[in-house]
Every structure is written in structure tokens, then in C-alpha cells.
Design a protein around this ligand. Structure first.
Ligand code: NDP
Length: 311
């Protein structure tokens, strides 16, 4: 059990958190990252990343995050492998308590806790994450050239990702648990007009099947109980995300979906000295490269804030 006193603490070890750490350390802010227990964040579930600029060869999500971590450590970022369980943002220094009993006091804070994709939580799902199950069509759609894939969900994300997948996949099954989509009507029209897309209404996945990788899904029609197997090579889940903002909702202004609201062209929140970076404040793009940019912004803004306090 230790007490840490810092100028800047960053919560989260995804692309936003590490990028913020690297920028802040190089600016002399001596940042501490509290990594959480899912070190590296969501990207560590992606088998291969091909669209991160600078990496000519594909890099695994885990390797990419390990490189960011090493880069942060090389610049002197202190990384504590612990999870923040409580925050008090009512006055500066802000006070954080952690699962391992540590207490941290900081003059400024960057929240980079990300968002968690929702999972179906059915048997065999975990086994195929990164081996046919993905929560990001933009990241992984490219790997399914001319192959049949399925996407689950009926919202805007599912519709946009289904349309995106038709650029690569030979066939896209959109599996939805009801008989109506909640996606915008213009997207619904595009889905219905696209010859590669087949909407499978009133249906849920009961089981993923395959060997090393997925080769099919067992689905059930919830109205008729009819069951069938679809041969597919990949399944994309687009059933929503949950921003990891539970800890902060007492203090920070959130939007209707629970994401932290930041000022335009800024990572500043409603509390002076508290900044939010990455997916925790981004309900629209959810890309590592964007999170990296927003982490850098937050570090620069934290630096300016701290400098203004010193004057
Ligand atoms: P949504 O919450 O809008 O949709 C989730 C979909 O997944 C729903 O159709 C829901 O079904 C289905 N679903 C949820 N849980 C399960 C489950 N366990 N099993 C099967 N199906 C399930 O999430 P989105 O990510 O699509 O969108 C989030 C927000 O972001 C929305 O406000 C959306 O409009 C916005 N957005 C905007 C975009 C834009 O470009 N403007 C792009 C993407 C998102 P049901 O309908 O039955 O509840």
C-alpha cells in the first residue's frame, strides 16, 4: 500500500493512455499511468492490425500495445498495474483509490478508460475471440475477402459495418433478434438494396462452431424455435459498447449514452484539470489511431493547464 503524489495521472493503458503518457513524459510532467487489469485495452483482442500508420507489416494488437508500453517506459512513465476503484474530483489535488489499496493524489487527470464492446456471453464465444469473432469490422473486415461472414445487431453500427463488410466478403448475413432494425432508415434502405446482404430476422446465435477458427454458427429463430447452421468464416458483433465511465459519473458530464463530454476541439471536461481521451469520449470512430491522437491532445492540454497553475 503506497501513497503516490503526481502532477498528472492517466487512467487506462490503451492507445489513448500510452500516447498521453509518452507526450506527457517528454514534456516533463512525470506522469503516472494506472493501467487497469486489462493491460493494453481492447486492441489486445485484435489478432492483426494493418491500418496503423507506420507499420508496413501487419502487427498483432498485443504487440502494438506492448510497443507503446515499452516506448512509454523508455521515456520514464511510471506504470502501476492496478485498478482505480474510487475517485474524488471535488477539489485539487484529485484523489484516487485503487484495488490494491494505493492512494494517489494528482494535480491533473487524464481519463482514458475506453469503452468495452458488448459480448453475447454464450458458450464457445471466448474461444473464438480473435479467431473469427471480432467487434470491429473496420479493423478485421479486410481478412474475409470473398468469404461469408455474419454480423449481429440491428443498430447504426451493425448497419454501417454490414455495408462496409460487403466491400470484402462474398456474403454478409445480418442477424437480428427482432423483426425491425433500429438503424437510421437511409441505412436500412441501403442494407435491403445490397445484394450481398441477407437479413436473418428474429434470430439469435446459439453456438459458434469450428476448429482452430470459426467455420459456422448455429442460430435459432426466436419465434418458431427453428434452428439452422450457417457456414461463415467470421462473425462481427455490433451490439453496442459500454463506456467505462461508472467511476466518474458523479463528477463528469456524460452524454445520453454515458460517454464523457469534452469541449469542442479539446479533451477538457467540465472539471478544470480533468481531461478525457480515446474511446471513453468517442462514440463515433472508435479507432486506435484516433485514440492515440486524442491522448496526445490530452497530454498537451494537461501540460498547459499545469503551466498556468505554476504562474
Ligand atoms: P445500439 O445500442 O444502437 O444497437 C445495438 C443493437 O444490438 C440493437 O439492435 C440491439 O437489438 C442489438 N443487441 C443488443 N444486445 C444484443 C444481444 N445480447 N443479442 C443480440 N442483439 C443485441 O448500438 P450501436 O453501436 O449500433 O450504436 C450506439 C449509438 O451510436 C447509437 O446512438 C447510434 O445511433 C450511434 N451511432 C451512430 C453512427 C453514425 O454514423 N451516426 C454510427 C454508429 C453508431 P434491439 O434493437 O433489439 O435492442
Amino acid at each position: 500500500m503506497s501513497e503516490y503524489v503526481a502532477k498528472l495521472i492517466i487512467i487506462g493503458s490503451g492507445p489513448a493512455g500510452y500516447s498521453a503518457g509518452i507526450y506527457a513524459a517528454r514534456a516533463g510532467l512525470e506522469p503516472i499511468i494506472i493501467s487497469g487489469f486489462e493491460i493494453g485495452g481492447q486492441l489486445t483482442m485484435t489478432a492483426s492490425v494493418e491500418n496503423f500508420p507506420g507499420f508496413i507489416e501487419p502487427v498483432s494488437g498485443t504487440d502494438l500495445m506492448e510497443k507503446m508500453r515499452t516506448q512509454a517506459l523508455n521515456f520514464g512513465v511510471q506504470i502501476i498495474n492496478d485498478r482505480v476503484t474510487e475517485v474524488d474530483l471535488s477539489a485539487r489535488p484529485f484523489v484516487l483509490s485503487t484495488e490494491n489499496g494505493n492512494c494517489c493524489k494528482t494535480q491533473s487527470l487524464i481519463v482514458a478508460t475506453g469503452a468495452s464492446a458488448k459480448w453475447l456471453n454464450i458458450k464457445t464465444e471466448k474461444q473464438y475471440i480473435g479467431k473469427g469473432i471480432s467487434t470491429c469490422a473496420t479493423c478485421d473486415g479486410f481478412f474475409y475477402k470473398n468469404q461469408p461472414v455474419a454480423i449481429v445487431g440491428g443498430g447504426n453500427s451493425a448497419a454501417i459495418e454490414a455495408l462496409y463488410l460487403t466491400r470484402f466478403a462474398g456474403k454478409v448475413y445480418l442477424i437480428h433478434r427482432r423483426d425491425a432494425l433500429r438503424a437510421d432508415s437511409i441505412l436500412q434502405q441501403r442494407l435491403l438494396q445490397n445484394p450481398k446482404i441477407e437479413i436473418v430476422w428474429n434470430s439469435v446465435i446459439e453456438e459458434f462452431i469450428g476448429g482452430q477458427n470459426i467455420t459456422g454458427i448455429k442460430i435459432k429463430n426466436v419465434l418458431t424455435d427453428e434452428r439452422k447452421t450457417l457456414d461463415i468464416s467470421g462473425v462481427f458483433l455490433a451490439i453496442g459498447h459500454t463506456p467505462n465511465t461508472e467511476l466518474f459519473k458523479k463528477y463528469l458530464t456524460l452524454d445520453d449514452d454515458g460517454y464523457i463530454l469534452t469541449k469542442p476541439k479539446s479533451t477538457a471536461t467540465n472539471i478544470e484539470g480533468v481531461f478525457a481521451a480515446g474511446d471513453v469520449q468517442d462514440n463515433a470512430f472508435r479507432q486506435a489511431v484516433i485514440a492515440v491522437g486524442s491522448g496526445a491532445m490530452a497530454a498537451i492540454e494537461a501540460g498547459r493547464f499545469l503551466a498556468a497553475q505554476d504562474n
